[in-house]
Design a protein around this ligand. Sequence first.
Ligand code: ADP
Ligand code: MG
Length: 308
Amino acid sequence: MLMRDLSRPLETDIPADALLEVQHLTMRFGGLVAIDDLSFTARKNEITAIIGPNGAGKTTVFNCLTGFYKPTVGRLTLNHPDKGPFLLERMEGFRIAQKADVARTFQNIRLFSRMSVLENLIVAQHNRLMKASAFSLAGLLFMKRYAKAEKEAVELAKYWLDKVGLYERADWDAGNLPYGDQRRLEICRAMCIQPALLCLDEPAAGLNPRESLELNDLLMSIRDDEGIGVLLIEHDMSVVMQISDHIVVLDYGRKIADGDPLAVRTDPAVIKAYLGEDEDEAIPEDIVQDLGLSTRTGGTKQGDGGNA
Ligand SMILES: Nc1ncnc2c1ncn2[C@@H]1O[C@H](COP(=O)(O)OP(=O)(O)O)[C@@H](O)[C@H]1O
Ligand SMILES: [Mg+2]
C-alpha cells in the first residue's frame, strides 16, 4: 500500500493569499523558551519583516522554518503558489529547500570562498542539474537534457549577477569580493534556487548607507518584478520601515506587535522593548531614528517609503 506523504496536508484552512502561516510556534532549548507561542502570516508578494532586540528569537524562527531545528510545538504551513501547501515542521531540511522551495541566507556569510562567483551560483542549482542528468554519469555526459539544464543554470546565474552589478566579477573567487558584494552574492545564490519564499537573516548587516539603499531596491524588485514573498530579519530600521509591507516584532520569544510599519513604529510596546524597562526616560535620539519616530516633519528617513 502506498503511504500518504504527511508533509502534504489534504486540506488547509489558511487563506489563499497567505504564503506562510506560522501557528503557535514554540521552541525550547532545555529550560530556555526561545520562541513562545508565535503566530503570524506572511502573505504572497509581500515583504514581511521580523524585528526585535538581540536574542529575541528571530534566527530561531528561520532555523525552525528551514528544518535546522524541529519545533517543540507548532505548525508551519508554506502555501506554495504552484505546488500547494506543505507542512514544513514535518519535513527534513533538505526537502524544505528542494521540494517546498524555501531559500535562506545566513546572519554570517556562508559562501564557498575558494570557488568563483559564478561557480557559487551553479552549485546552488545542483539539484535541478542532477535531476536533468537522471542521476547517472551517462546522463551527465551524453544527455541533451543535461546540457540544456546546464545552459539554463548559467543563464539564470548571469541574470542575477547582472541584476546586482556583479557580472564583471563572475570569475573572481567569492572570498576575494568586498563584503557588500558577498552579501549580494548570497542573495543571488538563494534566488538561483528559484524560491517560493526567500528568508534573509540580517542582509543589511555591515553595509554602508549606499549599499543599504541598493539592498532596498533589490528586495523590492524581488517582490515586485519576480513576485517572490520575502521574510526579512533586519536590524537596520531604514531598511525595515521603508520596504516592509508587514512587520512582526518579537521580544524574549513572544510576539509584541504585528502590523504595518506605521502601526508598529508608534506602538508603545515596541518602543518599550527597544528602550528597556524605564518607560519614563526620554527616548534617546538613536532609538528615535531607528524606529523612524522623527520629531521633525514626516516619518520615514529616506524617500517616500517606496512600496505602493
Ligand atoms: N541551539 C541553541 N541552543 C540553545 N539556545 C539557543 C540555541 N539557538 C538559539 N538559542 C537561544 O535562543 C534565544 C534566541 O536566539 P536567536 O534566535 O539567535 O535570537 P536573535 O536572532 O533574535 O538575536 C537566545 O537566548 C539564544 O541564546
Ligand atoms: Mg539572529
